[in-house]
Write a protein that binds this ligand. Structure first.
Ligand code: NPW
Ligand code: ADP
Ligand code: K
Length: 504
């Protein structure tokens, strides 16, 4: 699991590593720059012209060290050191001295020193890193504007200059470098996983710079990224004598007139994710459709033709999922209230079930503890009753919600965040923009309900389900492209996603 840290913690680990490994901080800088150099070389052409912008802190020091390494490979390099106050950090100064022996360093002290960037150049952005402590102003704003308007490929060191590591709600969007790729040292930065910062980082590479693992373990973090190696041990092996009774009985409430497709998608996904038995509670207009499309599912038909109004037959043995395509009828809201009142086991709550809860404050208190709620950002805003201005704010509100109601919140997006009742956040690493298509959320509900029915813990059901769903989406995108991917394709590749986890 990759932990994410704030700027102070990064500095603390830096200092701790230097002490524990008995090295100088400039040696750690050299190691970081070397990792960057090696990774960057794969992306450069022999005749690339490289324009490096270095700031006065350690991010600038990295950039100057990188320039020296690029010169050893005979790249054409121009270096601009932005030094309006004439004060450099010690390691930046040391690297300036080393580079000066090899190359003339242009210094930018006022706006008249700002260069035009030659067309076709590659820009390296080493102006500010994790030490940024205020939004950019003056000369820095002008330089960022020159970089962003240069039409060049831009690679940022550690983080796009001008972007804060965590909260950018008060930042100036014009003062942030838009990078084609960010090379982040050791850990992703939280801000790079939030949707409002998508423009500043098209691709992300994490570079291992050998920070001391003891120093990393000492630092507490509420945020981490789930990797394949965290998921693999969660997979439950199936024994030879297993029978369908072992793998749980899911009961999914889904569909309304015109939205029976949502029920079909969640049913198929639930079965493909491995549940033993599945009953679908749907309005009677959907019975034929569902029985034809998903013969493996049982149907509990609602008396009402077009929407759900009654809970039907439920038992304690069943694991409930509710929401896909159910609509917002009052009678469906009443059903939800009954269901929340009579159930004490964790359930999966999605889509219109979340919208119904948002409309009736009293329902929130009835949600069984440890239930899994799967809102997309708009559903989350409705649930908490306010329109969040940034992904960062939304994440904090979702954490408060998870704690207040003792539930797991799966906040969906490019990096879906599973938030625990303890307010810990686990970002997912699979998935792609092809999944931004109708019905992929219904598929996720089916998958998570299936895992919960198979006795995965609520936490495992959420993070494992999100990972599996994203991984199936990645296989689907490889085959169908991100443009043509359908939610059904995700279901079709769930088997391959399981194989991917089971293989290693
Ligand atoms: N992770 C690791 O372990 C490793 C990290 N390494 C590298 O170190 C980087 C962090 O370096 P850093 O701490 O020196 O901060 P960095 O961002 O270069 O400069 C901050 C300076 O700028 C200033 N300043 C701030 N905001 C400003 C503004 N808006 N406008 C103008 N000035 C502003 C502020 O000074 P102030 O003006 O506040 O006195 C401060 O002195 C990190 O990102 C990575 O690249 C590797 O070398 C080794 C391993
Ligand atoms: N750009 C993206 N990258 C990765 N996953 C994505 C992306 N866009 C959407 N998804 C995933 O697709 C699903 C969409 O869910 P949702 O918005 O509820 O769709 P629907 O309501 O159409 O079923 C979520 O699991 C989300 O994480
Ligand atoms: K940078």
């Amino acid at each position: 699991m990759l932990k994410l840290f704030d700027a102070q913690q990064i500095k603390a680990m830096d200092t701790c590593t230097v002490e524990k490994q008995d090295i100088q901080s400039v040696d750690l800088m050299e190691r970081a720059s070397l990792a960057l150099f090696e990774s960057l070389c794969h992306l450069l052409d022999e005749d690339s012209h490289i324009v490096i912008f270095a700031g006065s802190g350690n991010n600038g020091g990295d950039a100057l060290a990188l320039a020296r390494m690029l010169l050893t490979k005979h790249f054409s390099v121009d270096v601009y050191l932005i030094n309006p106050n004439g004060i450099l950090s010690a390691d930046c100064a040391a690297n300036k001295a080393r580079l000066e022996r090899l190359l003339y360093i242009n210094e930018i002290r006022s706006d008249k020193d700002i260069p035009q960037i030659e067309k076709g150049s590659v820009v390296i952005d080493g102006i500010f890193g994790s030490g940024l402590n205020r939004p950019l102003s003056d000369i820095y704003l002008q330089i960022v504007s020159v970089i962003n308007n240069s039409g060049s490929i831009v690679y940022s060191i550690d983080i796009p200059s001008g972007l804060f590591v965590e909260d950018n709600s008060m930042n100036n969007p014009d003062g942030i470098v838009k990078a084609d790729r960010v090379f982040s040292f050791q850990f992703p930065k939280l801000s790079l996983l939030l949707p409002e910062n998508a423009d500043y980082c098209s691709h992300l590479t994490i570079l291992d710079i050998g920070l001391c693992s003891e120093c990393i373990d000492e630092q507490f973090s509420d945020y981490s990224c789930i990797e394949r190696r965290d998921i693999e041990p969660m997979l439950k092996k199936r024994n030879t004598f297993a029978h369908k009774g072992v793998f749980g009985h899911a009961l999914i409430f889904a569909g309304s007139f015109g939205k029976i497709g949502a029920a079909v998608l969640s049913a198929r996904a639930c079965l493909r994710a491995g549940v033993g038995l599945l009953t679908m509670r749907i309005p009677s207009c959907g019975v034929e459709i569902l029985q034809t499309a998903v013969p493996e599912a049982m149907v509990s038909a609602e008396e009402e033709k077009e929407w759900l109004s009654g809970v039907g037959g439920i038992s304690d043995k069943m694991t409930i999922g509710i929401g896909p395509g159910i609509g917002l009828c009052q009678v469906t809201g009443d059903l939800l209230k009954t269901l929340l009142t009579v159930s004490s086991k964790p359930m999966v709550i999605d889509a219109d079930a979340l919208n119904l809860i948002a409309k009736d404050e009293s329902l929130k208190l009835l949600i069984p503890k440890e239930s899994i709620l799967t809102p997309h950002p708009v559903e989350l805003d409705r649930l908490i009753g306010c329109r969040c201005l940034s992904g960062y704010e939304r994440l904090q509100k979702a954490r408060e919600f998870a704690e207040t109601y003792s539930v797991y919140v799966v906040l969906k997006g490019a990096y879906t965040a599973t938030i625990t009742p303890e307010k810990k956040v686990f970002f997912n690493s699979t998935g792609n923009p092809g999944m931004a298509t109708a019905g992929s959320g219904d598929v996720l509900t089916g998958v998570i309900t299936s895992l919960l029915a198979q006795k995965y813990s609520p936490f495992e059901s959420a993070v494992f389900g999100v990972y599996l769903h994203g991984s199936a989406g990645d296989f689907a995108a490889k085959s169908k492209s991100v443009y043509s991917l359908l939610a059904s394709d995700i279901i079709g590749y769930l088997g391959k996603a399981y194989r991917g986890i089971e293989k290693r």
